[in-house]
Design a protein around this ligand. Structure first.
Ligand code: HEC
Length: 290
């Protein structure tokens, strides 16, 4: 096998291994980074919902207390305002989701379904669990969700959520008596679930990965071409010349030119050795002839 072929086989193997290993590492790093970014976005949305809830509870509820005696105004309910504000956000970004998924909700819109029930139950069964992040597939691609438990820690909540008798009559008139009652203090009754789409960040991560691999392969190719030229110039070409000359000399061609290749590298030294050997052989032949 030719020297350059051997070299190129080894070079391509090493290159493939290098691209494979660093590609694999960078792909998982980029995807992990995209995931972290998505989770951070989800947490921010969650904080926004909590802020709206706190604002309503702190400032709006008491303002509406008088009117509430005649007519139930959902605007005074923290959960309602959080849903309204985030619905406005979702009008522009429909891939995002916010839900106060509840097992027994006052507003049927908030009822936990399927996978949401599993999350709520996980929070109910494990008091230590403060947040749960998961991934699921949606029609618009993979989606991450960040969820936190909704625990009833404030006895004031039970004013409206404990029983039909205790709840304001206006609330029962508006929402009926079937749902949203029987909540207990310290019970996890649901979970706030924020869904954030993964498709775009993953696409961006894959694109960055593509550029990285392409530039890596590009660098390897350029280095490969340069190395090929160097090996050809420094090793293959002089060795081929040397062997051609050695062939001629071995066939007794005394007209063959000198092995003068110049250069002080190993091949230059080899050429000098050849020259000396040739001189000795020629002398020996002359001695034999005479
Ligand atoms: C004045 C009555 C009232 C009080 C007090 C109240 N809520 Fe509600 N809550 C409601 C109503 C009404 C809804 C449904 C709002 C809607 O239409 O979205 C609701 C909805 C919710 C929801 C969404 C799930 C569902 O039932 O539809 C959660 C979670 C919730 N409340 C938690 C709480 C917590 C926690 C507190 C105490 C900090 C509290 N609520 C205090 C009236 C009340």
């Amino acid at each position: 096998m030719k020297l350059l072929v051997k070299f190129n086989i080894i070079y391509i193997l090493v290159m493939a291994l290098g691209v494979g290993v660093s590609g694999w590492i960078s792909r998982s790093m980029l995807r992990e980074q995209a995931r972290e970014e998505v989770i951070a976005g989800g947490r921010l949305l969650m904080e926004q919902a909590l802020a709206v809830r706190a604002y309503t509870a702190g400032q709006i509820t008491k303002l509406l207390a008088e009117q509430m005696k005649e007519k139930f105004l959902p605007q005074s309910v923290p959960s309602y305002s959080a849903n309204e504000v985030l619905d406005t956000v979702r009008a522009k970004h429909p891939e995002y989701g916010y839900k106060e998924a509840t097992l027994n909700p006052t507003n049927p819109r908030d009822r936990a379904v399927g996978w949401e029930v599993d999350i709520v139950n996980a929070f109910r069964n494990n008091a230590e669990m403060k947040e749960f992040v998961g991934q699921r597939d949606t029609p618009t691609g993979p989606s991450l969700y960040v969820s936190r438990p909704i625990r009833i820690t404030n006895p004031a909540c039970l004013q409206c959520h404990s029983s039909v008798e205790v709840a304001p009559k206006t609330l029962v008139d508006k929402y009926g008596s079937a749902n949203g009652f029987g909540w207990q203090l310290n019970e996890v009754i649901g979970a706030q679930i924020v869904s954030v789409p993964m498709a775009t960040p993953l696409q961006r991560a894959d694109q960055a990965f593509g550029y990285f691999v392409a530039s890596l392969v590009g660098v390897f190719l350029v280095v490969g071409v340069v190395l090929n030229l160097m090996i050809w110039w420094v090793v293959v070409r002089p060795v081929t010349q040397l062997s051609a000359l050695a062939d001629r000399v071995s066939q007794g061609d005394l007209e063959a030119p000198d092995f003068a290749l110049g250069g002080r590298d190993e091949i230059g030294v080899l050429a000098e050795s050849f020259t000396r050997m040739r001189t000795s052989v020629t002398q020996a032949m002359k001695m034999l002839e005479s």
